[in-house]
Design a protein around this ligand. Structure first.
Ligand code: ADP
Length: 491
């Protein structure tokens, strides 16, 4: 089995050309052979017809048929033809070349024609029109035209004969030329096919060599496109698109890892710092130990929350985070989340109002949807103004429900708004208060700044339910996030 496409293409090309050339050669040879045979017959017949006119004319000027035949033959002298008159019993009346003599046709020798065997055949034939026969001889045969003629009411047959060897020699030459030219043409076709396939496949080889050099550290490299309109250009463009997607996936993963390790480093450093300080002196007042332990507790919670969030996102990315689907009432969940938020809000002098315009029986992962709503409320409290308000409303939407979380905070600048759903993205941190509801809703246990994963997780939850989460509007008077949850088909 030949592995190289180039060689295979060249072989196929040669095979097709060989079949075509062979068919062409056989066709050309057959055509030439038939044409020369037809021309010869035509020549013999025309010569015989001319001789017949001369023979009939000579009879008016001579006394016997024999004299007329001899006279006509002296008038018709051909270097390459044997002419004669035979009576219907096969007896030769007159022949222009006596047996045993010879004439030359160019460098060929015209052999004397012996009409005796033909005479016997003629005696058995009933010739009424031109007839053609081939008489075999030692040199490839003689082609003979037989034409009926009547001289003074006596029937005779005119014999016009020509040896076949000049034609055969010409056909031999044609065959020889074809036999020499065919292999040469085949070799050239094979060579041409190979060079052509080599040339036309060289961009693929170039691409594969280039692609083999691209590794994870050189993912920014691209294949040369050449002419983008041809097939190779399109292939290179498709591969380049794939490389771009791979590169951005790699880059995303790399950034994710870097951000994650950065986020984890801070609480770990604080933990170590607190422990070092607590242990630096042998004896400390109990309040100091309590303070240090409080910091350790807060940071370890922050740490475990980040790890939990990262784990959730990693599972979501690989499609392993399955939704635990169950029927629940979204209006009840909204009211529940608002209640949770109210406790923390009251300490800030903020108010949380919730309203639902309808009962909302939905199917989804209740824990994840709770997480989504708490993330939004948490942000509204964290970034809202002291003494401000947070509204959460539930309404029916075409084909689903819509939860709107509105705050009266300072809003999100457009430059920040463009990134808020990105992982680890945090806006102006100085504005964030240290508070969160999202550590499983237990605000008592959580007093920490987010890691910038809240909205990324919330959007993933919305999309995993076939819905969406968008920042609908944000002005200096506040921001409005809209979560749409479509009616899930029963499953
Ligand atoms: P985190 O709150 O942990 O920083 P999020 O993903 O929840 O991360 O939010 C990303 C960023 O979006 C926040 O850092 C903040 O700048 C901005 N943001 C989110 N919600 C609000 C809001 N209601 N008002 C103002 N800014 C907001």
């Amino acid at each position: 089995m030949i592995q190289s496409v180039r060689v295979r293409l060249a072989l196929w090309h040669t095979a097709v050309v060989a079949v075509l050339l062979l068919a062409l050669a056989v066709g050309a040879y057959t055509f030439i052979a038939q044409m020369t045979a037809r021309r010869l017959d035509q020549y013999l017949q025309e010569t015989g017809a001319a001789f017949r006119i001369e023979l009939v004319a000579q009879r008016y000027e001579t006394r016997t048929d024999l004299e007329a035949a001899v006279e006509a033959l002296t008038e018709f002298e051909f270097r390459d033809l044997n002419l004669g008159v035979v009576d219907t019993s096969g007896q030769v009346v007159a022949m222009n070349t006596a047996p045993g003599e010879s004439q030359t046709t160019g460098d060929e020798v015209l052999q004397p024609f012996d009409p005796a065997p033909l005479g016997r055949a003629i005696s058995r034939m009933h010739i009424t029109g031109p007839e053609f026969v081939t008489v075999p001889d030692r040199r490839g045969g003689v082609r003979v035209a037989l034409l009926p003629v009547e001289i003074e009411f006596h029937p005779y047959v005119i014999v016009v004969a020509r040896p076949l060897f000049p034609q055969q020699k010409m056909l031999d030459n044609v065959r020889l030329v074809l036999l020499l030219v065919l292999p040469l043409a085949l070799v050239l076709a094979a060579l041409g096919g190979y060079l052509l396939s080599r040339r036309s496949l060289s961009p693929v080889i170039e691409m594969s060599e280039h692609a083999s050099r691209i590794g994870s550290s050189t993912l920014h490299e691209r294949l040369p496109v050449g002419d983008a309109r041809d097939e190779y250009g399109q292939l290179a463009t498709v591969i380049n698109g794939l490389l771009s997607r791979l590169e951005s996936a790699f880059e995303q993963q790399r950034r994710f890892m870097a951000d994650a390790s950065h986020e984890l480093r801070t609480p770990i450093a604080i933990l170590r710092g607190e422990a070092d300080i607590a242990l630096a002196v042998a004896e400390r007042p109990p309040e100091e130990y309590r303070e240090a332990l409080a910091v350790v507790r807060a940071e370890s919670r922050r740490l475990s929350r980040i790890v939990h969030d990262l784990f959730l996102l990693a599972r979501a990315d690989t499609g392993q985070q399955q939704l635990q689907l169950a029927d629940f009432y979204l209006d009840e969940l909204v009211a529940d989340c608002a209640r949770t938020a109210r406790t923390l809000a009251s300490r800030r002098g903020m108010t949380v109002t919730s309203s639902a315009s309808c009962e909302a029986a939905v199917r989804g992962d209740e824990d994840l949807v709770r997480r989504l709503i708490l993330n939004l409320l948490d942000n509204a409290l964290k970034y809202g103004c002291e003494g401000g308000t947070v509204d959460i409303t539930l309404g029916r939407d075409s084909g689903g429900y819509r939860v709107i979380v509105r705050d009266s905070g300072p809003g999100i600048p457009p430059a920040v708004a463009a990134h808020i759903f990105e992982r680890f993205y945090r806006g102006d941190r100085s504005r964030a208060r240290e508070s969160t509801l999202t550590n499983h809703g237990n605000e008592e246990e959580s007093h920490m700044v987010g890691a910038g994963l809240g909205l990324a997780i919330a959007r993933w939850v919305a999309e995993a339910h076939g819905g969406s989460l968008v920042l609908a509007q944000s002005t200096e008077c506040g921001s409005e996030f809209v979560f749409s949850l479509p009616d899930l088909p029963e499953s």
